[in-house]
Design a protein around this ligand. Structure first.
Ligand code: GRF
Length: 195
């Protein structure tokens, strides 16, 4: 049985597209659902055009904030029998309770060489620090923001005259390669543990 993966997005979903495309017939996992907390996330249409069901949990329509958001999220995850969650540009922080319930079953991609530059505006902070190397990391999600164990990283050299935009696009290219690789290895490991 293939592992059901949910991909959570908030925006353009370029990492999501690469994850979906990577889960071919021979892959141990399949993209069961894409869930967005933004009704206008451009990634939603991309997922639909790749034949993956989409769900929106619109934060603006949720009265009791995070608690109800996560209740709704759990309902959807159950419907699709989700066993693994990939955060891909998902800009909402999940509660400690939620994360602990899915311990070692949530992956995230972050555009820095963790543990450096957790949180937002990573590329601007990298450049402000005059670093010579940037990169991206895929890590397990724990209650500490961007603080879970790092599974893999790719480094990117920073050139003279690098801008936030040029660095972001170079790092994003590497994200698109790294995340599918980690998903494949991680899904394989889960299946081996279950045998
Ligand atoms: C990526 O840089 C990812 O590392 C960060 O948010 C961005 C999402 O881009 N968490 P996309 O939605 O996958 O295009």
């Amino acid at each position: 049985m293939k592992l059901a993966v949910a991909i959570l997005i908030s925006g353009s979903g370029s990492n999501m597209v690469q994850l979906i495309k990577s889960m071919d017939d021979n892959h141990p996992a399949y993209p069961s659902v894409v869930i967005s907390n933004k009704s206008d996330a451009p990634g939603l249409e991309k997922a639909q055009s790749l034949g993956v069901p989409t769900k929106i949990i619109d934060e603006n329509c949720i009265k009791n904030n995070d608690l109800d958001f996560e209740k709704e999220l759990i309902k959807i995850l159950k419907v699709y029998n989700v066993e693994l969650i990939c955060l891909a540009g998902f800009m909402k922080i999940l509660s400690k309770k939620f994360v602990n319930n899915f311990k070692d079953r949530i992956l995230n991609i972050h555009p820095s060489l963790l543990p450096k530059y957790r949180g937002l505006n990573t590329h601007a902070r990298v450049l402000a620090s005059n670093d010579t190397i940037a990169g991206c990391s895929v890590h397990l999600v724990t209650p500490e923001l961007d603080g879970g164990p790092v599974l893999a990283q790719t480094e990117v050299a920073i050139k003279k005259n690098e801008t936030v935009e040029s660095l972001a696009s170079k790092v994003l290219i590497e994200e698109h390669i790294l995340y599918p690789k980690v998903l494949l290895n991680f899904s394989d490991q889960i299946r081996k543990l279950e045998v």
